[in-house]
Design a binder for this molecule. Sequence first.
Ligand code: AMP
Length: 306
Amino acid sequence: MSKLVVVGTVAFDAIETPFGKTDKILGGAATFIGLSASHFNTEVGLVSVVGGDFPQEYLDMLSNRGMNIEGIEIVKDGKTFFWSGKYHNDMNTRDTLATELNVLADFNPVVPESFKDAEVVMLGNLHPAVQIGVIEQTPAAKLIILDTMNFWMDSALDMLHEVIAKVDVITINDEEARQLSGEYSLVAAARKIHTMGPKYVVIKKGEHGALLFHEEQIFFAPALPLEEVFDPTGAGDTFAGGFAGFLASSEDYSFDNMKRAIIYGSNFASFCVEKFGTERMQTITPEEINTRLEQFKALTKFEINA
Ligand code: AMP
């Protein structure tokens, strides 16, 4: 079986949306990525750090869902990374209210021995220095995927550029693509980001879908139109997890297969937003996944004479 290394935050989140508010609940980029990637036929190894305040039951849930958590360091006298955000009425934009790095501030990632030969590496959102540390420990990687956000563009841009130069795929949201490239048009932004390193650029547009750019080719996948959206937190990470998990399990990293990966990513993201935090991600069944894949097909299929 192929192996997928996932690095990212395992966190506490406090979220406010027009539909409600939560206290500290389970969140973090690696958590959401792992919860979607673990649906595929690939071994998922999480690399992250938490504090002594992190409940054992959350760790148990991750390993019960098939993830290898050997690479999650527990700093007994430290506090877990904490993020808090408030969504606007459109549910597509949000303000970050707090980002407390805590144990993430001095984190040196250690990829477990059994995952050093992983074929696919998913660099989830966290400090670019940590992402570089993981690249250095996975020399056999055939595909390296990077996700990041404006926080790291604002606080560690030079190092982020170093990571971007080393990866095959970058997944990024539209506003961040504009910030990184200085271009308003997403086509122009993708072209510029290509020149920074990645051969494939995925631009996530929230409820408006996702674009995949490779050389002169472009593919677009919509997001599934949903009746109820409660909390978009983690949708981008969940998307990245489905994308990476599918590619790792199929061991085919071609443009055509990436199109399928984008659909899988969008499919998992459609579940993520239906409940607060990771709640919905913990209950998805294979039947539900297939039903929604059919909906994606129906949504985008048409005939036309051209
Ligand atoms: P998303 O909605 O996909 O952008 O991801 C939200 C998740 O990312 C939350 O669960 C947060 O814990 C985590 N997160 C927020 N800010 C950061 C950051 N600066 N670095 C790493 N992870 C973060």
